[in-house]
Design a protein around this ligand. Sequence first.
Ligand code: ZN
Length: 541
Amino acid sequence: AKQVRWVPEHMRQRLIDWAESMDWDWVISRQRIFATPIPAWYCTSCREPIVAEERQLPVTPAKDKPPVERCPKCNSESFEPEQDVLDTWMDSSITIAVHAGWPELDRRLFPADLQPNGTDIIRTWDYYLLVRHLALLGEAPYRTVLINGMVFGEDGRKMSKSLGNYVDTTMARGKYGTDALRQWAVIGASTGSDIPFNWKDVDFGYRFMRKFWNAARFAGPHLNAKIAKLDPKKLKFRPIDRWILSRLNRLIGQTTGWLEDFQFNHAMGAIQTFVWHELCDMYIEEVKHRLYGDDLTADAARYALYHVMLTAAKLLAPFTPHFSEEIYQTYFGKDHPYPSVHMSSWPEVNKKLIDESAERAGELANLIVGALRQFKSERKMALSRELPSVVIYTSSRETAKQLKEVGDDIAGTMRVGKLNIKVGKPKLAERVLAVEPEMAKLGPRLRADVRLIVQALREAKPEDLAKQLAKGKLKLRAGGKRFELAPEDVKVIKETASAGRKVEVIDIQKPALTLLITSPRSGLVRRRTRSTRRARRRSAS
Ligand SMILES: [Zn+2]
């Protein structure tokens, strides 16, 4: 047990504890109907056991004759067969040697590199393999034992028919496909830990493949053998391309390391995050506007996309074998000599492509693109709608330099008419556009008089009203009556302006950035009323 590598390592102790706790020999006979017969007979008169000779094997003692005519002890001619059969572990305890061609041993296959099994059979299979091979061949039959946890029901209890918490794998496969189920099994728990079944993870696995498939379907028409064979040295990569290629090469290194270390859940999680968030959500969106071009930067985007997608399919191959094969056959297979993704070589890290500065620039681009995307979506603006102007302020010259490198990517992705990057802080002025009545409050209280208030609020200067409100209350005179309003009776509508133009402001914390956006609706949102428009006219004049 100590010569062998155990994954996870603490599982070794389970075997040692088991071996040390045993009080009796291995009972190899069982009373079962089906199993390997024990090749023995007994003399009916003196009970002398007669064992089959090696050349006779395999024998069924109930049907076959013993190797002797007469009992060597009492000369009797009558024998009865052994009724018991062998313990099933007796057969499987020689598995590894049999795989290696025993009794001749193919040393390429022995000892086995890996013995994978569940926690439940450490005391049986792992133990008997060791015992039998040590007895027979004097050496341990495996180099590494990989112990997997057990699958539990969604309720965290062992799956059982009586508890009704079991999931038939055909159900999950039928609904989501095998590769979705496999992703749950991989990501559900760290190696050696028990895994509760989880429909959510299976569903996520399915959605992950759909996401990747849709991305491949979008990118596919732009990818071909000619792109794959371009000389990268001649292409004009933008920082965003260098970012994704750098991230991809890091991912190759991490995934390979985790697989060597049997940390499947880490590998799967990192690939999912990369494909979903970095490749599909960011990179593809950020190069869409370049893919239709016909120059060296368009070729660079296509080249990067080709290699990133193909490599991602290869990295996924051990986890989602059918899906990866489908991606490979549909979009890449014709360009490569390998008939299957599973016969292609495992991706290798290209250290030259790992580029920290491109990663920082890429992350900045993603941050800004994400913020502008959210800005548009919150305003129910089409993502393709142009933003006439965005100014990004940063206090760091270094950040400003990096932002300038990815400026075109940001502007192209988010349809920014004019993107400026400035060092420093923006000078912002707040302007009160209008003070509007809260009808829900004032209506019931003032009834018909509310019209007088509306009129008075419209006619006064919004800045004056806001100043009064800031002191706690608002006194109005209308239709010969006096009214006193509290701050909660009205709402103050403001806008932010920079250099005399109305802007919307997004503050980003890490790194500290301020975005000033002139949106196409530099006017006001629709729900604002006539009074606001009048106020705007007034403030404009
Ligand atoms: Zn006898």
